[in-house]
Design a protein around this ligand. Structure first.
Ligand SMILES: Cc1cc2nc3c(=O)[nH]c(=O)nc-3n(C[C@H](O)[C@H](O)[C@H](O)COP(=O)(O)OP(=O)(O)OC[C@H]3O[C@@H](n4cnc5c(N)ncnc54)[C@H](O)[C@@H]3O)c2cc1C
Length: 347
């Protein structure tokens, strides 16, 4: 899920969130031609339309050359009283003053930013158990709670709700889980041998995992970002294969306790997540919530299902689909009544 408004500068702060509340308090988005462009994208809801709609509008303005030279659109709240801004948006005021921008007088440069991962590990919602015995998961690492478009504020609610469910469940079953399931020695040896190759540097490949992490970030942003196409995703998947190969040859000769060693392990997990995202996005030939395909811009009834993926024995990833669950009656009623929540003060 992409957030419409992140800072673009200074370096190190790029991507830092500019809260929804700025638009909630009346902030307006302008392009470099001074046009309040949300009139074109969403004349009814304007800047307060759903996160994905505003993120795509900002992205398109920048991509089509109507952004600032450094790749931003302008978010302006300076039409409001300075005292009101400082009172209602004290953190934003401070955040920008520190960068030499007084938001009571001038606009903020903003650009969409990656915000939240709505896919993740499949768990049993009653116990938070994963498919791996003895391994449980809650929160952003899991999938299934937020559908195609998480509403602001729902992530923290999720962590509290499922944290409580998991805690209660573990208190009940802890005795049965101890001692832990013994390691499969064969699998463990194979894993340790692979780590040894990495740590002794005998892999003979590149030595800069952080460089590869940066490349991976750029690759996913460019090929599986806010607006996706089949061609772009296919090209990205080919590049990903190359990156995966190079990651497999990384060599970190200076001991297994170094930060670089840790980065390699993270990189491997990131590559798996990136592959799941890109292949899932390629398979889903429709647009739904935060997933937008320029070549399939509409929601398709046949696609109201989840895409799952898992590694097979040869180490390749395979994908399949499963139907989504029934919508509970009270939620169906709220949807039918077009109930909406003013969530513009939550992220
Ligand atoms: C800028 C921003 C603002 C947000 N605002 C809101 C909001 O207002 N409301 C809302 O509902 N949601 C908000 N969200 C989303 C929400 O904050 C996150 O989804 C939520 O905090 C995720 O919680 P978590 O416990 O699942 O994961 P995390 O908070 O990411 O916790 C995971 C922890 O695991 C640790 N970890 C990672 N790898 C390892 C490892 N290998 N070994 C040991 N530890 C490890 C990490 O250091 C981290 O502490 C916001 C997100 C962002 C980025």
């Amino acid at each position: 899920q992409f957030h419409p408004t992140g800072m673009i500068e200074p370096e190190g702060m790029d991507g830092r969130l500019v809260t929804e509340a700025v638009r909630g308090e009346g902030g307006r988005l302008y392009n470099s031609e001074g046009e309040r462009f949300m009139e074109r994208y969403s004349p009814k809801h304007m800047e307060l339309d759903a996160r994905d709609v505003v993120a795509r509008a900002n992205y398109r303005e920048i991509r089509e050359g109507r952004g600032t030279p450094d790749g931003a659109v302008l978010l302006d709240i300076s039409h409001r009283d300075p005292g009101y801004i400082k009172d209602r948006l004290p953190n934003m005021y401070e955040q920008f003053v520190e960068q030499g921008v007084d938001i009571t007088e001038e606009p903020m440069k903003v650009s969409p930013t990656a915000h939240y991962g709505m896919g993740g590990i499949e768990v049993d919602p009653r116990t938070c158990a994963t498919a791996v015995e003895g391994l449980f998961a809650v929160g952003e690492s899991t999938a299934g709670v937020h559908g195609a478009n998480r509403l602001g504020g729902n992530s923290l609610a999720e962590t509290v709700v499922f944290g409580k469910i998991l805690g209660a469940h573990l208190a009940d079953v802890l005795d049965d889980l101890l001692p832990p399931v013994p390691l499969d020695e064969g699998a463990a040896q194979e894993h340790f041998a692979a780590l040894d190759v990495l740590a002794t540097g005998t892999g003979g490949g590149e030595r800069d995992p952080e460089g590869l992490i940066d490349e991976l970030r750029d690759l996913v942003w460019d090929h599986a970002g806010i607006v996706r196409t089949g061609d772009g995703l296919r090209e990205g998947i080919v590049k990903l294969r190359d990156l995966k190969k190079r990651a497999g040859e990384l060599a970190i000769p200076d001991a297994s306790t170094s930060r670089r060693f840790e980065h390699v392990l993270n990189l491997r997990a990131m590559l798996t997540a990136a592959e799941a995202v890109m292949r899932g996005a390629l398979a889903r030939e429709e647009s739904r919530g935060a997933h937008h395909r320029e070549d399939f811009p509409e929601e398709a009834d046949g696609w109201q299902k989840n895409i799952l993926c898992a590694g097979d024995e040869g180490g390749d990833m395979h994908l399949w689909t499963e139907p989504v669950g029934e919508v509970p009656a009270e939620i169906r009623k709220a949807l039918d009544e077009d109930y909406s929540l003013d969530y513009h003060y939550l992220e």
